[in-house]
Design a binder for this molecule. Structure first.
Ligand code: PLP
Length: 379
């Protein structure tokens, strides 16, 4: 069976062949426990420290400011809950945005049940947070601001450095979920001015099941798991050596190939947009603003055809995502599109197409044809 064209790189990415090669070498040759003091253990320990540096280099951090976790969800939990519990004597108020991934929103909802107070700042029509709204939301008991770097559904990039400056001015810690931005736009913790940053392996051509959390030197958080002293005594458990090495290599490649990858993602996305616009004009509508959007992400509505009907009509040939969840008898539109005040009809007709560093013009031309044929049929 022919493999469908894959244009859902925001959901996950394939493992880079160079990353896979490093993983295989570890699988076949190196199984020492990094905590063991003999040679095999030392090899594993050194491999972990090399990976830590590769990640730190990509985001302009120090290696000792990086800890490994199992996924972006865990990094977000550790950052948000960890800061909340550590600082609860100072205050119990946290600010976040209304367009965060569930890996942040659900943590905030859980903390609400624990007595914390959360302010969800709104976004404008293109999905951007206004730093002024964050400033106005600050209270005497605010201990943390957590706002994503770039949105997974629409691709909107947030004014993180402006918000971080406001946080700093008010002595409030600032966390950003950069799962979707690392490798796609510059993600430099110094320039952004953040205290904590989440990055995810499987959005970056490393495998699923590995992520990292940047914790700025001096920032203290309450750990969530108890055990041995791995990962700076913050995240216990024998390190996932194979995946740690993979994430390190993926970060090295992301840094080395950054310009090339961004050009590919952007050029293929732009070809797709112009192809669809040419074919359908005002029948298609792009959500968000290209000036503040990830180079690879396209949130686009096809007038008069429900997104699930369209995407499932070609799912054997082309894989893209919808911006809504389809239940038995009803369509539940995405909370991100809702927060952007996109009307229900447009939101239910919205699909997300995300290109990757491996996307080719041939794939895009084929995707335009597949989408166009089915859309015309369904209209
Ligand atoms: N944060 C963002 C912005 C994401 O896009 C995702 C995954 O889609 C996550 C967090 C969660 O990642 P994981 O499921 O790997 O924990």
């Amino acid at each position: 069976m022919k493999k469908p064209i894959y244009l859902d790189y925001n959901a996950t990415t394939p493992i880079d062949p160079e990353v896979a090669k490093e993983m295989i070498s570890i699988i076949q040759n190196h199984y020492g426990n990094p905590s063991s003091s003999y040679e095999m253990g030392r090899y594993s320990k050194n491999a972990i420290e090399k990976a830590r540096k590769q990640i730190a280099d990509l985001i302009h951090a120090k290696p000792e400011e990086i800890i490994f976790t199992s996924c972006a969800t865990e990094s977000n939990n550790l950052a948000i809950q960890g800061i909340a519990y550590k600082n609860q004597v100072k205050g119990k108020h946290i600010i976040t945005s209304s367009i965060e991934h569930p890996a942040v929103i659900e943590v905030c909802k859980f903390l609400e049940q624990q007595g914390f107070i959360i302010t969800y700042v709104p976004v404008d029509a293109i999905g951007r947070v206004n730093p002024k709204d964050v400033e106005e939301a600050i209270r005497l008991d605010t201990i943390l601001i957590t706002i994503m770097h770039a949105n997974n559904e629409v691709g909107t990039i947030q004014p993180i450095s402006e918000i971080a400056a406001i946080a700093k001015k008010n002595s409030i810690l600032f966390h950003t979920d950069a799962s979707q931005s690392v490798g796609k736009i510059e993600t430099n913790v110094e320039k952004l001015g953040v205290d904590l940053l989440t990055l995810a392996g499987h959005k970056l051509y490393a495998p699923k099941g590995i992520a990292a959390l940047y914790i700025k030197e001096g920032v203290q958080l309450q750990k969530l798991m108890y055990g041995a002293s791995q990962e700076n005594r913050i995240r216990p458990g024998t390190e996932n050596l194979i995946h740690v090495v993979a994430l390190g290599k993926a970060c090295e490649i992301a840094m080395r190939d950054f310009d090339k990858n961004v050009n590919t993602m952007l050029a293929t996305k732009e070809r797709l947009v112009s192809g669809l616009m040419e074919a359908f004009g005002e029948k298609v509508k792009v959500n968000g603003d290209p000036a503040f959007c990830l180079p690879n992400t396209l949130s686009i509505a096809f007038d008069d055809v429900e997104a699930h009907t369209l995407t499932s009509s070609f799912c054997n040939d082309l894989n893209i995502a919808t911006g809504s969840a389809c239940h038995a008898k009803s369509v539940e539109i995405s909370s991100v599109l809702k927060a952007m005040r996109i009307d229900f009809k447009t939101a239910s007709e919205t699909v997300r197409i995300s290109t990757g560093k491996q996307t080719t013009f041939d794939e895009i031309d084929a995707a335009i044809e597949i989408i166009s044929n089915k859309y015309r049929e369904l209209l």
